[in-house]
Design a protein around this ligand. Structure first.
Ligand code: PBG
Length: 331
């Protein structure tokens, strides 16, 4: 009680503030999402994600070496394949020599210590831009899960350390675990996008991969609301995370980040596995756009947001700021 307690004593100067600081961030906390393109020497700037590129495998490997030297220990991999390789079943997704599989191999060859977590979902391979197989106007859950198992096994064969299902089908984690184990990949982990919301914050990502749900001749859902979660819901996120842990997820993820930090804390309190948070493309784009206009201080906002995500309960942060933040933190 005042005047015995004066809380400002612990804020007097940076030395005391740093002694009592509850949350610190370091490059060890970050995963860097990377977009892979076909070809060689290809580097396409992403319009709605300034500073980021879709790169061919050779240039991706170069970038991964740099990330490693900055102290970043994990990357999330997303691919953009040619439209001619897309179909409803996502068949290209488990091509042993597909772009994803080649990228995993190349990265693991070049930087064996880097944890490689390929995205497991059919949208980059789907003619409809959906995360699953369309049947009778809906996304067929169980057929999709079987496709995801084939996909994940092909990632494991290529050398992935973890697979990261982002599709939100029911029961995919247990089926992935069983599939990986049966194929002899007991040591390949699962980071599940457990509480993934149907969010408009994913817009720039879908631009980057041209993976948004598409208009088509047949009757299909125009958005992802029948599998991704309703942003109005909180308790459901805990249910999803608990189910995934039961099904064998090694890490659970909440996505998006900043607008969902209440969910991050709830999930963190509910589970006994590490919690990852994905600060998604729209969050990145907002900071970049405001900073470009001189409306926000880019670096300070970036570092503040990363602290806040960690404080909310993130053990790992998947962020497009990983490289820039690492450079700043290493200074
Ligand atoms: C694909 C996937 C998406 C993101 C990660 N994996 C898009 C979506 O679900 O439509 C979004 C990431 C971001 O916005 O940064 N399943």
């Amino acid at each position: 009680m005042f005047p015995i307690h004066r809380n400002r004593r612990l804020r007097t100067n940076e030395s005391i503030r740093s002694l009592v600081r509850e949350t610190t961030i370091s490059p060890n906390d970050f995963m860097f999402p990377m977009f892979i393109a076909e070809g060689k020497g290809v580097e396409v700037p992403l319009g709605s994600m300034p500073g980021l590129f879709r790169r061919s495998i050779d240039l991706t490997v170069k970038e991964v070496k740099e990330l490693w030297s900055l102290g970043i220990k994990a990357v999330n991999i997303y691919v953009k394949v040619d439209d001619s390789l897309k179909d409803n079943a996502g068949t290209e997704a488990w091509n042993k020599n597909g772009l994803m599989q080649q990228a995993i191999r190349a990265i693991k060859d070049a930087v064996p210590g880097m944890i490689v977590m390929p995205d497991v979902a059919l949208d980059p391979y789907s003619i409809y831009g959906h995360d699953g197989i369309i049947k009778n106007g809906d996304i067929a859950n169980d057929e999709t899960v079987e496709a995801l198992v084939k996909m994940a096994i092909s990632h494991a064969e290529a050398g992935a350390d973890f697979v990261a299902p982002s599709d939100m089908m029911d029961g995919r984690v247990i089926r992935l675990r069983e599939g990986l184990d049966t194929a002899g990949y007991q040591n390949v982990g699962i980071m599940s996008y457990s509480a993934k919301y149907a969010s408009s914050f994913y817009g720039p990502f879908r631009d980057a991969l041209d993976s948004a749900p598409k208009e088509s001749g047949i009757e299909i859902p125009k958005d992802k609301k029948t599998y991704q979660m309703d942003y109005a819901n909180r308790i459901e996120a805990i249910k999803e995370a608990l189910h995934d842990v039961e099904e064998g997820a090694d890490i659970v993820m909440v996505k998006p980040g900043m607008a969902y930090l209440d969910i991050v804390r709830e999930v963190k309190n509910a589970v006994n596995v590490p919690v990852a948070v994905y600060q998604v493309s729209g969050e990145y784009a907002m900071v970049k756009a405001a900073a470009e206009r001189g409306w926000l201080d880019h670096d300070r906002i970036m570092i503040e947001q990363l602290h806040c995500i960690k404080r909310a309960g993130a053990d790992i942060i998947s962020t497009y700021f990983a490289k820039e933040a690492a450079i700043l933190l290493n200074k």
